[in-house]
Design a binder for this molecule. Structure first.
Ligand code: ATP
Ligand code: MG
Length: 583
């Protein structure tokens, strides 16, 4: 019967990674009564980032694939760093990413009473003791990788004395740091985590949920595995740095809770080039005002990526693409950018916007006339329809689409050159006007009425097509162009003692405050992605004041380094394959 159930759950899992394989094997062996129960366990001490997205997609994904359940558990055992603001942002981000934990929201702090009882049980079993060594003495007694540790002089305290001291720790009789409760395991273990680890510490800090009920708090290693066991988690998926903690994870559960046995499985964390991911570093950027907040669009936080215009689909696709493995590696940030382009290319309607406007007067176009031209919203998807774009005698083009002394290969506007205006006409630049500083202020052009829609009946070819915006109907907007926050591919690597903040890219944000947009862009809702033709994908900033000028954030440019790179790689592979028969 159970066998049958397991087979059903594993059906349809095509290409499996090692964690899925582990679960398939467990289901086949009818382990955990065929249940699959995972959890995503953030510590509410910062906002979630793209690395967490990998863990969210993995944990919720496993539950979905194997018809199981995934809990959202806040690992809130360190009150001095945790805040309600973070709890709320985590909920919002997980939901935005597309996952629903239903009723299964928990807090490690819900278990403080139980965890306290487990600690008492360990003392009663002779497996925990109150230790009075100072932190530096504790460190010294602990030994190192080459040398075994030494037993604390307090290790052999009687159960009665330990129970009494622990009760007084709990009652607030001692100052922070005066005493700790330690597990009694093995001071000579080759695994440092097993050398009598601290399981409770004194901290007279108000907790965001339990207030001042407690002045002792459990350590992460103690609380985490036991919380898993309490919730009936079957597969406790975490990142590789916890591999050496696994024996301790198992030890606590074995002493206190057999037979319930969640198993810890480690995978490699996501590292992204040009990005810092640790919450401590992200918090430093926020606290030192080096960015505008946790949702600064240059940060890899989910709230930053959302504000920047990344869709949840593109992040989920990215997580799918990078896969799940056991080897630590650095993923090229270009792959993330590629994922968002791929998604928006299909979904985002295209519009025309001029970021650095240069005025063009079409001298043979009737003054006062406004013509409505047909434009396609997305050539990738006909169902997105068409719209009308107004055209008039005075328009704006992009300043860098004109060059006065144009080299031969410059095919855009210069005096005497004809170009196509997208969806409109061919125009030829006849002459220019400059201000007293020699800066070009206006281009005077003529248009060919026979080329309406952008094709010439006589088959005359032009080499470039420019986007434009009609002056009369233009909307003025602010546009923020973002680039990578760091100029170093591995900003977190400590080189020559230089702080990662010294590697911030000074050009990571460019604000353009006099951009001209076609009128259809007036009604774009905050958060909706659009393409500005030739310029990239943009989204209305969700924080900008709507009564002021509209503010658009650039999500990503159209240039795709990743696609180019992989095409090059494929070509290389092809030519290698071609050579192969000869060798
Ligand atoms: P950080 O190192 O950014 O401070 P953390 O590990 O302290 O992160 P937690 O809130 O404890 O953050 O993380 C919640 C879950 O997300 C954990 O299971 C953790 O292993 C996972 N996680 C955190 N960072 C990454 C990452 N870069 N890649 C994959 N999973 C991650
Ligand atoms: Mg952590």
């Amino acid at each position: 019967m159970k066998e049958q159930k397991s087979d059903d759950k594993t059906a349809g899992v095509a290409k499996v990674h090692f964690i899925q394989q582990r679960i398939i094997d467990d289901l086949k062996a009818a382990k955990n009564d065929g249940r699959v129960h995972t959890r995503f366990p953030p510590e509410p001490n910062g906002y979630l980032h793209i690395g967490h997205a990998k863990s969210i997609c993995l944990n919720f994904g496993l539950a979905k694939t194997f018809a199981g359940v995934c809990n959202l558990r806040f690992d809130d055992t360190n009150p001095s760093k945790e805040e309600v603001e973070y709890v709320n942002s985590i909920r919002e981000d997980v939901r935005w990413l597309g996952f629903d934990w239903g009723e299964n929201e928990f807090f490690a702090s819900d278990y403080f009473a139980k965890l306290h009882d487990y600690a008492v049980q360990l003392i009663e079993q002779g497996q925990a003791y109150v230790c009075d060594l100072s932190p530096s003495e504790t460190r010294e007694y602990r030994g190192n990788l080459q040398e075994p540790g030494r037993n604390s002089p307090f290790r052999e305290r009687s159960v009665t004395e330990n129970l009494d001291l622990f009760a007084r720790m709990r009652a607030g009789d001692f100052a922070d740091g005066a005493r700790v409760l330690r597990a009694k395991i093995d001071m000579t273990s080759g695994n440092m985590n097993m050398r009598d680890p601290v399981i409770y510490r004194i901290a007279n800090v108000v907790h965001h949920r339990t207030g001042d009920t407690w002045c002792i708090y459990p350590m992460y290693d103690f609380a985490h595995g036991l919380s898993d066991a309490i919730e009936g988690i079957t597969h406790s998926v975490c990142t590789l740095e916890f591999q050496d903690h696994r024996p301790l994870y198992d030890w606590f559960i074995e002493q206190l809770l057999t037979p319930s046995q969640p198993q810890q499985i480690e995978f490699s964390r996501l590292n992204l080039s040009y990005t810092v991911m640790s919450k401590r570093k992200l918090k430093q950027l926020v606290d030192e005002n080096l960015v505008s907040g946790w949702d600064d669009p240059r940060l890899p936080t989910l709230s930053g990526l959302r504000r920047r215009g990344f869709s949840p689909e593109s992040i989920r696709n990215f997580c799918e693409r990078i896969g799940v493995a056991k080897r630590n590696s650095m993923v090229d940030v270009a792959l993330l950018e590629h994922s968002v382009r791929e998604d928006l290319n299909r979904r985002a309607a295209r519009y025309m916007a001029v970021l650095n406007p240069l005025k063009v007067v079409i001298e043979n176009y009737p003054e006062g006339q406004i013509e409505e031209l047909d434009a396609i919203n997305n050539p990738e998807d006909e169902s997105m329809g068409k719209r009308k774009v107004p055209f008039s005698r005075v328009i704006y083009v992009e300043r860098d689409d004109f060059m006065e002394d144009a080299p031969k290969k410059f095919y855009r506007l210069t005096v005497g050159r004809e170009v196509r205006l997208r969806y409109a006409y061919y125009i030829r630049c006849e002459r220019i006007e400059k201000d007293e500083n020699g800066e070009v202020t206006t281009l005077y052009c003529t248009y060919d009425p026979a080329t309406r829609g952008g094709t010439s009946p006589d088959g005359r070819k032009v080499k470039s097509t420019l986007h434009w915006v009609a002056e009369k109907t233009a909307i003025s907007a602010e546009v923020r162009l973002y680039d990578r926050l760091f100029s170093d591919p591995d900003p977190a690597a400590e080189k020559d003692g230089e702080s990662f903040t010294a590697k911030i890219n000074p050009d990571s944000l460019t604000v353009l405050d006099d951009c001209k947009l076609e009128p259809a862009l007036a009604d774009v809702a905050a958060g909706r992605a659009v393409q500005f033709e030739r310029l990239g994908y943009f989204t209305v900033d969700s924080k900008a004041n709507s009564s002021d000028k509209q503010v658009f954030n650039r999500t990503v440019t159209l240039r795709d380094n990743w696609a180019k790179k992989s095409a090059k790689q494929q070509n290389k592979n092809k030519s290698r394959d071609k050579r192969r028969p000869e060798c």
